[in-house]
Design a protein around this ligand. Structure first.
Ligand SMILES: NC(=O)c1ccc[n+]([C@@H]2O[C@H](COP(=O)([O-])OP(=O)(O)OC[C@H]3O[C@@H](n4cnc5c(N)ncnc54)[C@H](O)[C@@H]3O)[C@@H](O)[C@H]2O)c1
Length: 386
């Protein structure tokens, strides 16, 4: 076996451009063997890889007699299943970007394909699940020292510009332009990490996530999209300690301020929290119990290091297809069962702050989000006018 992991990169535009850069910075551990992307030349990272073999499909790459050991898939969500299964059929270990895929049928296909290739590892790229701080916290929760998990709440205020929804043929859509189901919403894509994380932390073992018993949600939109750009979600989630944990998530792409994820997880014997500083703080039995930097900006690196560990040393993936499934099920339940409301027109305004790009903001939304986060109530329960 060669020293360096021989890697294919599928999808090198958008988020995938970062994998080109990260891989090139990890030259001792891995090398890019080829690129799979029919539109590779449109990527901002194309100049760095233009001398490598570039193919339209995974099959064509192997049909031409090329080899590889692993693949990173950063292609559109509705193509994950097709690409992941093709990669497994060609004997590759797979790091596929989150979410797992678009539909539950595709998820079952992926899970079956992974079981048919037990020696090949599958990693689903929710970067927090590859963070040493998060993994240590989960280990401590599972050990029982924190006692029963009582409540978990997260708030993410991430404005997105019009360009975000215009960047491809599937952002904010139920189906892409070819008619493939994609179900792309704020909760299934950009902030899926913060729906996944509480479920991941409540899983019965390191490799499993918990599945909610009850899902309540209110979804809104300011943008002219098919799905929604703002969601308030309340879940009742069974935990290993035999009780139910109340989980609350408030996320928006049309809020007023840009604030990094803030969370608070409360347990019988302590709590864990992050105040937008990308650090997981902790307190156990009244004493500080710090977990350190979560490393959101180290996401590419942490995921690639784990890919090496899994491929080279047989380590178990901290987030495989089964681990990622409850997030997908929850997001798809919300899309299917929760009616989307339009924000009141009078509250919606065009602006350019804070990222100097034209976007929409909803006046008064941030105060409602903070109220809901603090009380774990849905907007209709605090009788607010959005
Ligand atoms: N982990 C994170 O924080 C994070 C952040 C952003 C996006 N993502 C994920 O990355 C994935 C891609 O999202 P994006 O926003 O970059 O999408 P995008 O549409 O901007 O880019 C997709 C890339 O895939 C390529 N592509 C399209 N069809 C292809 C095909 N048939 N074969 C190979 N390549 C093809 C496109 O040319 C482009 O380079 C999604 O799963 C998304 O959820 C993850």
């Amino acid at each position: 076996m060669a020293d360096k992991l021989k890697l294919l990169l599928a999808g090198i535009g958008g988020y995938g451009a970062g994998y080109v850069m990260a891989t090139m910075g990890m030259k001792d551990e891995m090398e890019i063997a080829g690129i799979i992307d029919p539109y590779a030349d449109k990527s901002s990272a194309f100049d760095s890889v233009k001398d490598l073999p570039v193919f339209n499909t995974i099959d064509e790459y192997f049909d031409a007699g090329n080899t590889a050991e692993a693949i990173v898939i950063s292609t559109p969500i509705q193509l994950h299943c097709q690409h992941l299964c093709a990669a497994l059929n060609h004997g590759l270990h797979v790091l596929c970007e989150k979410p797992l895929c678009a539909s539950l049928e595709e998820a079952q296909t992926i899970i079956k394909a992974s079981k048919n290739h037990p020696d090949q590892k599958v990693l689903i790229g929710f970067q927090w699940s590859f963070s040493p701080a998060i993994l240590e916290a989960k280990k401590q929760i599972l050990s029982g020292v924190f006692g029963k998990p009582l409540s978990m709440k997260v708030i993410v205020r991430w404005p997105r510009a019009f360009s975000y929804y215009e960047r491809n043929d599937w952002a904010g859509r139920k189906n892409d332009s070819k008619g493939n189901f994609v179900g792309d919403s704020i909760i299934s894509n950009a902030t899926a990490h913060y729906l996944h994380n509480p479920l991941f932390m409540l899983g019965d073992s390191m490799g499993l996530s918990a599945e909610p018993l009850k899902i309540e949600a209110e979804c809104y939109k300011a943008y002219d999209i098919e799905t929604f750009d703002t969601a308030f979600v309340r879940l009742s989630v069974p935990n290993k300690q035999g009780s139910e944990t109340k989980v609350f998530i408030a996320v928006s792409h049309c809020c007023e301020e840009n604030v990094n994820p803030t969370l608070e997880y409360t347990f019988q014997n302590g709590r864990m929290w992050c105040s937008g500083d990308d650090r997981l703080h902790g307190e156990l039995n009244g004493e500080p119990n710090e977990f350190g930097i979560i490393g959101s900006n180290l996401g590419y690196y942490n995921k690639l290091i784990w890919l090496c560990k899994c491929a080279r040393n047989g380590a178990e993936s901290p987030c495989n297809a089964l681990t990622a499934l409850p997030e997908l099920k929850t997001a798809n339940y919300i899309l299917k069962h929760i009616a989307v409301k339009h924000f009141e027109k009078g509250n919606v305004e065009e602006c350019t702050a804070p990222m100097n790009e034209k976007r929409l903001k909803v006046n008064g939304l941030d105060a409602v989000m903070k109220d809901c986060y603090n009380t774990m109530l849905l907007p209709s329960e605090i009788e607010t006018a959005l």
